[in-house]
Design a protein around this ligand. Structure first.
Ligand code: GLU
Length: 303
């Protein structure tokens, strides 16, 4: 009999477009850490928000991951096929009073910056959302594997947050907690844009009686205007036909030494060498860097 795996990581893109350089940095970082720990690495498609999805994007993302030598180690999980799991978790939270139905609209909450701490609904006939009840003074902290200690006053800064939207769609926070647990994920490695979602996820885990995985948040790649690449014109998709130059740039954005990687082709050989030469202690302890800095880094250390 084998015991539980010591390390299982994942990459969980939302199919809102092709993978860009920022997503490649997150995918490669989480893949390298999984390999470094001799663990598994799973891909999960977070397709729970049809209005934001781009037709064909999920398949294109999976094709890119394969072209870059990072196929999922197990079957790809599609969140759109897992409604029963989310419904089960929500039912438990509703049954024990940890969650409640809420008729407040965006407009109702405008005066409190959208932070829900009590119901102020002006129209109780509209379909309700379901929110998690966040206790007064609830403060959650955790030790991030790269960024160090991170704390948040969830009650004051976030408030009672949505688990199922009024339009019936599942909120990311609920689905991610349910799936990370259901898939046995031990290590969540992702972009630092999600650092401030993590306390909410830990709070939900506690209310559902689930263990908390380890978290590590990699630097987010920003454009020259300081915007997330996915939201900007600089979000040029990475080219499936030329993976190695993009991998090399992502490797250097992750603070790794290019010297032992020079001239290695094709992608399978490059990835094998990368897993042998990866040094987690070289990961940059910053929450963001610009696309230009990541590339200059690459150019500077390549000479
Ligand atoms: N689906 C989320 C995104 O693409 C990532 C979720 C996660 O890694 O927890 O931003």
């Amino acid at each position: 009999m084998t015991g539980p795996l010591p390390y299982r990581g994942r990459f969980a893109p939302s199919p809102t477009g092709r993978l860009h350089f920022g997503s490649l940095v997150a995918a490669l970082g989480s893949w390298l850490l999984a390999r470094y720990h001799r663990g598994e690495w799973l891909v999960r498609v977070e397709d729970l928000d049809p209005p934001r999805e781009v037709p064909g994007a999920a398949q294109a993302q999976l094709a890119t991951l394969a072209a870059f030598g990072m196929p999922s180690d197990g079957p790809v999980v599609w969140q759109s096929q897992r409604h029963d799991l989310y419904a089960g978790a929500l039912a438990r939270l509703l049954a024990d009073g940890s969650a409640f139905q809420c008729h407040c609209s965006r407009g109702d909450l405008a005066a409190v910056n959208g932070i829900h701490r009590q119901c102020v609904a002006s129209d109780r006939s509209r379909p309700p959302a379901v929110r998690l009840r966040v206790a007064e003074g609830a403060r959650i902290g955790f030790d991030d594997g790269l960024q160090g200690r991170f704390e948040q006053d969830v009650d004051r800064d976030v408030g009672d947050f949505v688990l199922r939207r009024a339009d019936g769609h599942w909120a990311y926070q609920l689905a991610v907690v349910v799936d990370d647990h259901a898939q046995g994920i031990t290590d969540v490695v992702r972009g630092a844009d999600l650092l401030d979602s993590t306390p909410r996820q830990i709070l939900l885990q506690r209310m559902l009686g689930l263990p908390t995985p380890r978290y590590l948040h990699l630097p987010l790649i920003l454009d020259a205007q300081g915007q997330k690449l996915s939201k900007s014109m600089a979000a040029l998709p990475v080219d499936d036909d030329a993976p190695v130059p993009a991998l090399m740039a992502a490797w250097q954005a992750l603070g790794q030494d290019p010297a032992p990687m020079a001239g290695i082709l094709p992608v399978s050989g490059w990835m094998a060498a990368a897993s042998a030469h990866f040094r987690p202690e070289r990961l940059p302890k910053v929450t963001s860097m610009t696309f230009a800095a990541a590339h200059n880094n690459a150019a500077a250390s390549a000479v």
